[in-house]
Design a protein around this ligand. Structure first.
Ligand code: PLP
Length: 409
């Protein structure tokens, strides 16, 4: 009999969003007239900006004519998009990223999950806790995580980020080979300043560690001292891979497009201790396992870099960020400690009256008919916290704030 990858058998069931759906469905069945406001899943709701829609339409027309038809494209992405990325996301901020260091993909979930293909399974991985679950689960699938005790994986180093340390991760006691950092952070919505991120770049340089830097929420950064790219930090090109996504920047959650940057200087070692640069193996991986993001989608993505596109995505992001500030103000007005929401579309709150994450979930659903995400679903240090997203409409957000502030908590 053939054998399956045992690592998949070790993975606990994806409990979080299934359990949320189960509780919401039960409540809705028992209360058919209840108007539930959903602020749980981190998906956008505003339509794709007109600049991208026009580009998508034009790209469809290109496919209808043999003179403009595009079949298989470059696996790394079209130059028309990679050159815009290099120019607008990096050069304009004084950062040099070569076009050959950029790999366009179908999104940051795939990229953060796939990067492990080119890294040895012997590496020790560190994550901040709470964490975007993909980093942990994909390492479990690869066999890098060890055993699960119901809360922690034995080979994963967890770095707690809670109100006690102002959500600033401390350097780990046990040296990790690979460190996942996500800023602005999902789920906490918090950020690191340049100086705080530099601590990690310096640590990685001193310890031969690799930083996997996920900046899927870069477009939400408002404050001056928050870096837009890890490559703003001196020396980061030698130790960091950066992931970006058009999902939250431009509403591409359904269209699918993102990219990863692997600088030419970045190197690890093979089993014999010989230097290996990471850009060629990633190129090899992409050309072997991926046939490129869709031509249409890449045209749509390139359009966000036009001045019209930039204005339009800014308006959409401003829209969501107005929701975030409504949420923050509302929560604070009733004495709930709330974090994030300034440079990110997530508000992370401390559950009141010592309620557990799930107890607060049930209370909010029952008494305010608002759905959020229990913090414990993102890792043990998320217990006692709760995430609300800013991706609803103004009307729904303001209604949710009214209902929450009316609660006796
Ligand atoms: N990284 C983080 C931190 C996210 O929160 C998400 C989506 O929620 C992703 C990556 C996935 O992005 P994409 O839609 O590009 O796959």
């Amino acid at each position: 009999m053939f054998k399956v990858n045992d690592n998949y058998c070790k993975l606990p069931a994806t409990y979080l969003f299934t359990e949320i759906a189960r509780r919401v469905n039960t409540f809705q069945q028992e209360n058919p007239d209840a108007k539930i406001i959903r602020m749980g899943i981190g998906d956008v709701t505003r339509p794709i900006i007109p600049a991208s829609i026009d580009a998508l339409h034009n790209a469809v027309d290109d496919q209808a004519d043999s003179s403009t038809f595009h079949g298989y494209g470059p696996e790394q992405g079209y130059d028309f998009l990679r050159s815009r990325i290099a120019e607008c996301d990096y050069a304009k901020r004084g950062i040099h990223v070569d076009i050959n260091e950029i790999f366009v993909s179908d999104g940051a979930k795939s990229d953060t999950g796939n990067i492990g293909d080119i890294l040895s399974i012997d590496n020790i991985v560190a994550v901040t806790d709470p964490v975007y679950p993909v980093y942990v689960d994909t390492n479990v699938m690869a066999g890098r995580a060890g055993d699960f005790d119901g809360q922690h994986w034995s080979n994963i180093v967890y770095i707690p980020c809670t109100a006690e340390n102002s959500f600033i991760p401390s350097l780990p006691e046990r040296r990790p080979d690979i460190i996942y950092l996500c800023y602005p952070n999902n789920p906490t919505g918090t950020t690191l300043t340049r100086d705080q991120l530099k601590v990690w770049v310096d640590y990685a340089r001193a310890n031969g560690s690799l930083i996997l830097f996920d900046s899927a929420y870069e477009a939400y950064i408002r404050e001056e001292n928050v870096p837009h790219s890890i490559y703003e930090i001196e020396g980061a090109r030698e130790v960091a891979i950066e992931f970006r996504s058009f999902s939250k920047t431009a509403g591409f959650t359904g269209l699918r497009c993102g990219y990863v940057v692997v600088p030419k200087e970045l190197k690890g070692v093979d089993a014999n201790g010989n230097d290996v640069y990471l850009n060629p193996p990633l190129n090899r991986r992409q050309t072997t396992k991926f046939n490129g993001a869709s031509y249409l989608v890449q045209r749509g993505a390139a359009a966000i870099y036009t001045s019209r596109g930039q204005e339009q995505i800014k308006a959409t992001i401003d829209y969501y960020m107005k929701n975030a500030s409504m949420l923050l103000d509302g929560l604070k007005s009733i004495g709930i400690e709330a974090f994030g929401g300034v440079n990110a579309p997530y508000v992370w709150l401390k559950t009141p009256s010592g309620l557990s994450s799930w107890e607060f979930f049930d209370k909010l659903l029952r008494d305010a008919k608002v759905v959020g995400t229990p913090g414990v679903g993102f890792g043990p240090s998320g217990e006692g916290y709760f995430r609300l997203t800013a991706f609803s409409s103004h009307e729904a957000t303001s209604e949710a704030v009214e209902r929450i502030t009316a609660l006796k908590i």
